[in-house]
Design a protein around this ligand. Sequence first.
Ligand SMILES: NC(=O)c1ccc[n+]([C@@H]2O[C@H](COP(=O)([O-])OP(=O)(O)OC[C@H]3O[C@@H](n4cnc5c(N)ncnc54)[C@H](OP(=O)(O)O)[C@@H]3O)[C@@H](O)[C@H]2O)c1
Length: 251
Amino acid sequence: MEAPVQEIRDAILADQLDAVGEMKVPQHYRGMTVHADEAEMFAELPSREKDPRKSLHLDEVATPELGPGEALVAVMASAINYNTVWTSIFEPIPTFAFLKRYGKLSPLAKRHDLPYHVVGSDLAGVVLRTGVGVNTWKPGDEVVAHCLSVELESPDGHNDTMMDPEQRIWGFETNFGGLAELALVKSNQLMPKPGHLSWEEAASPGLVNSTAYRQLVSRYGADMKQGDTVLIWGACGGLGSYATQFALNGG
Ligand SMILES: NC(=O)c1ccc[n+]([C@@H]2O[C@H](COP(=O)([O-])OP(=O)(O)OC[C@H]3O[C@@H](n4cnc5c(N)ncnc54)[C@H](OP(=O)(O)O)[C@@H]3O)[C@@H](O)[C@H]2O)c1
């Protein structure tokens, strides 16, 4: 018998993390989706009138088959960022184009090419299952996920994973994102959940923090040094507030 998602959540909230690996994976779960057959629904409208509340659905979707190097995560909290906004207003293009292109890569990637897109590029949760070849993570681990999905089959990305020709943003250019009860990630997206943060606090910073770090601190970005003067545009926002903290701590 499969365990309902609620049973998994209850076990996590009761801190019975060892039990999570024993539970059967649910065949279905609830997730926030957009639908391919609605991709033109805002076609005649200016951007500001495209209302995500009209395009986002709470659907029961099939749990994807778990592939090598992947993890299925029971999501305890997620976050909304601009990827989700772009997807939900079908700008600059419907993300189904990304899923279709990804689907051409391999039979495993074909799982992502569906008439619905489960959105969300952040999560905090507990590993439910791992695929073949995953050694670092096991069911019951409390994790957060960053949003960079890479294949790394070519050497181009071995120095800087953003240069991988098959680099994608999970939940935006791939399916089975974080605004759902379960999510599918590559296990190398996972990091330990900081113990002092709540689920919600742990789920919020991933995408914006990584992006600000990449832009400002990384040697592949601005490579900020002490004493540098930086301009942060929109400093109160997600990226901006992290950029401000990096500048204050590094400058
Ligand atoms: N390429 C990437 O990897 C990547 C990743 C993540 C995000 N992004 C992009 O980065 C941008 C910021 O994302 P975010 O998540 O930080 O968004 P956010 O939390 O909504 O923050 C946007 C900030 O910009 C401010 N702002 C809006 N219009 C402005 C204007 N005309 N002049 C100055 N400030 C203005 C907002 O101020 P108010 O709050 O006062 O409105 C807000 O503080 C988005 O365009 C997003 O698509 C790119």
